[in-house]
Design a binder for this molecule. Structure first.
Ligand code: ADP
Length: 458
């Protein structure tokens, strides 16, 4: 995206509201600052006085600590946008970011939504509908049902066809909720009922579909970026196989040990799918890769992801600034050949959790924090000395990102930076990351989505 694009000055927003909190709110504030855009932050009572709010031009309280009464309240967020007199809203990730109704309300209030259209979001947000789009775009899906399972007979027929074990997944799913593995006929119906009840409770939608359970897969996702003028590009892939209970811990780019032909095919598949969906803005097309190197589409995330910095580091493209410019109507001004991935980037999620006590959340006051620095190190965090990590939201206190010419060097830099990072007052996942990065399986890139759990169990 050319900084001097001719239509830039008259199109860019004057003021943007950030409908989020924590590190991503700060990330968006920083991008706006650099673009010369004023910012309005929102906060709940639990986040009142948080240091990152001072970085915004204005901060407006939207309600009590409980997210359902504040960050998730569309009426309150829209009121804050009216009071703050903004032209657009950046939703960050989580909260309202993938709520098509919210995007629709923004449109009807004449407030720009920094993300895809509500129509595209609705299409890709429903997982069975996204699977259909993938098929239409010629993108391989995990073998499974054609849509939502309607009866016990159908569940058994499909599961036998694709072969046990199978995974029952919620069509409205996210965050690993509403997912169950079934190993045989007897386990299938109870698993379906449990998954369905969990999906109803979490998403208000009980619909469940079936996929073959892929043994020891890798999670590889493609970053896409498209404008409103028909350009859709990919920013290569991220490997997020280092997870625990479907929660990502470490992300890296490029994906180690991915055959070049597979990498190219996946990235091209992601672009085809985004085009079929009529998608624009930043998004992520997630795949799993089996032990034989076959890749299968699993879902699309219609938002900026937590792990977006690794793609930024290898491509040199600021995804959040790009999102804002795209929403303002600017052209991307890039072609696929301009998106060159250089070196290797790794991100560690620093959570306020105690890895030694079964990852118990550890909210509380940060007495002191010393951020690491030096060549190739980036620390995205809203935490500061005296900051109290509230117990009401996710436990992410920061993301440590490194970028070096090779994976081996990136691992060495990450270990050095993790040792420099001092957070006193709360327990964090820093010791876990140091262990994983020193583990031979990780160093040899012998990773799959279950390797951390196997290692922790052992
Ligand atoms: P959610 O949206 O709830 O996070 P996903 O579809 O993204 O659900 O899947 C989350 C994780 O579950 C993936 O990263 C992968 O580890 C695992 N997973 C998903 N589908 C399969 C499958 N068919 N076989 C094996 N593992 C899977």
């Amino acid at each position: 995206m050319a900084a001097d694009s001719p239509n830039r000055a008259e199109r860019m927003f004057k003021r943007v509201l950030i409908a989020n909190r924590g590190e991503i709110a700060l990330r968006v504030i920083r991008a706006c600052r650099e673009l010369g855009v004023e910012t309005v932050a929102i906060f709940s009572e639990a986040d009142r006085g948080a240091p990152y709010l001072e970085m915004a031009d204005e901060a407006i309280c939207v309600g009590p600590a409980k997210a359902a009464d504040s960050y998730l309240r569309i009426d309150r967020v829209i009121s804050a946008a009216e009071i703050g007199n903004v032209q657009a809203i950046h939703p960050g990730y989580g909260f309202l970011s993938e709520n098509a109704h919210f995007a629709e309300v923004c449109r009807s209030c004449n407030i720009g939504f920094i993300g895809p259209t509500p129509e595209a979001m609705a299409k890709v947000g429903d997982k069975t509908s996204a699977r259909n789009l993938a098929r239409e775009a010629g993108v391989p899906c995990v073998p499974g049902s054609n849509g939502i399972i309607g009866s016990e007979d159908e569940a058994i027929r499909v599961a036998r066809e694709v072969g046990f074990p199978v995974l029952l997944k919620a069509t409205a799913g996210g965050g690993g909720k509403g997912m169950r593995v079934a190993v045989d006929d007897a386990a299938l119906i109870p698993a379906w009922q449990q998954a369905s009840a969990e999906a109803q409770a979490a998403f208000g939608n009980p619909g469940i579909y079936i996929e073959r359970y892929v043994d020891r897969p890798r999670h590889v996702e493609v970053q896409i970026l498209g404008d409103q003028h028909g350009t859709m590009l990919h920013l290569w892939e991220r490997d997020c196989s280092t997870q625990r209970r479907h929660q990502k811990l470490i992300e890296e780019s490029p994906s180690p040990r991915l055959a070049p032909a597979t990498r190219k095919a996946m990235c091209e598949a992601a672009v085809r799918l985004a085009k079929v969906a009529g998608y624009h803005s930043a998004g992520t097309v997630e795949f799993i890769v089996d032990q034989q190197g076959n890749f299968y589409f699993i879902e699309i995330n219609a938002r900026i992801q937590v792990e977006h910095p690794v793609s930024e580091m290898v491509t040199g493209i600021d995804l959040v600034k790009a999102q804002i410019r795209i929403a303002a109507g600017e052209k991307l001004g890039l072609e696929q050949k301009d998106v060159v991935a250089r070196g290797h980037a790794i991100e560690c999620r620093i959570n306020a959790e105690d890895p030694a006590a079964n990852f118990r959340p550890c909210p509380g006051r940060i007495e002191q924090i010393i951020a690491p620095g030096g060549f190739g190190v980036r620390f995205d965090s809203h935490a500061a000395a005296g900051y109290v990590v509230p117990p009401h939201y996710d436990s992410l206190v920061g993301k440590l990102i490194v970028h070096q010419p090779t994976r081996t060097e990136a691992i060495a830099t990450m270990i050095r930076a993790l040792r420099e990072l001092r957070i006193q007052g709360i327990k964090t996942t820093v010791p876990l990351h140091l262990d994983i990065l020193s583990h031979s399986a990780f160093r040899d890139a012998e990773i799959d989505t279950k390797f951390v759990e196997r290692w922790l169990a052992g």
